[in-house]
Design a protein around this ligand. Structure first.
Ligand SMILES: C[S@@+](CC[C@H](N)C(=O)[O-])C[C@H]1O[C@@H](n2cnc3c(N)ncnc32)[C@H](O)[C@@H]1O
Length: 263
């Protein structure tokens, strides 16, 4: 990335109070140096994509491995995948790649991402004070949705059935967009719903909206359950489904992600 643009992004991150960073200063230094090597890699353009693993750290890889295992759990289930909270879109893009690997001809497996693309909207008292986040945290640059759409289009284009668009980005406040989407797509069955808004209000709205579209075996994935920095996600889940009614599971490869299989 061009240096000036990179600096602008880093400045924007600082100003919009991105969440508290738990890495030690030593880790941050190493991560910064690895990122610089990625930006300055002397690898020819036509070999970059084939060598992205060079920069995957164990932490980042563990997240991808988690989603690979989760995806394999829904292969025999009918229904779409929804991600609530997309930001730069890495998880969404990875899900498209997993569909290309495990079920390239499943025309019904649409992958739909919801985000304001303008950062947090609806921060409330239930989110506590620890995360140091506010309205607009995690915002992406104004034209990012178009960039992501182009990347996802290319990603889909590299897999079979590319002539049928099977992903969608839904922009706006999830307090309204999820209900609106499901009203205009009443046929929707949800096989996998990934909750990563971090905060209470949109998480609760999305949970309430998706509830009638889940069936036995549907998977719900959460990024912030039992997390004191983002308490709102657990509060929302408790209010909509009741924690006592759920078996909240995890995989040993990653600490923060958890999942529930609907019974
Ligand atoms: C932690 S990021 C998501 C990261 C993403 N899941 C990933 O794997 O890279 C949280 C996202 O939730 C979005 N968000 C927060 N409040 C929202 C709301 N009310 N409606 C829609 N999106 C919202 C933010 O814009 C932000 O992009």
């Amino acid at each position: 990335m061009v240096d000036g643009k990179q600096k602008h992004l880093e400045e924007m991150k600082r100003n919009s109070f991105d969440a508290i960073v738990l890495s030690s200063s030593g880790e941050m230094d190493l991560q910064g140096r690895l990122s610089r090597h990625l930006r300055e890699a002397p690898i020819p353009g036509d070999e970059i994509l084939g060598n992205l693993g060079l920069f995957l750290t164990s932490k980042n890889l563990s997240r991808l491995l988690f989603f690979s295992e989760i995806y394999q759990k829904i292969i025999n289930m009918h229904g779409v995948v929804m991600e609530f909270g997309v930001r730069w879109g890495q998880t969404l893009s990875f899900l498209l790649a997993l569909r290309g690997i495990f079920e390239p001809f499943n025309r019904h497996r649409k992958i739909i991402g919801f985000d304001t693309f303008e950062g947090f909207k609806g921060v409330s008292d239930k989110d506590g004070g620890k995360c140091r986040c506010g309205e607009g945290s995690y915002a992406v640059p104004g034209d990012y949705e178009q960039f992501l759409d182009a990347v996802l289009g290319l990603q889909e284009g590299l897999n079979p059935m590319a002539h049928i668009k099977r992903y969608e980005l839904v922009k706006g406040d999830a307090a309204h967009t999820v209900t609106d989407y499901l009203k205009s797509h009443p046929e929707t069955i949800i096989a996998l719903a990934i909750f990563d808004f971090d905060i209470y209000t949109p998480t609760k709205a999305a949970l309430e909206a998706v509830k009638p579209h889940l069936c036995k075996g549907s998977l719900l994935v959460f990024d912030e359950l039992c997390d004191d920095i983002f308490p709102g996600e657990t509060i929302a889940l408790n209010e909509v489904f009741g924690l006592n009614n759920l078996k909240i599971q995890r995989l040993p490869i990653t600490a923060r992600l958890s999942y529930v299989v609907m019974e």
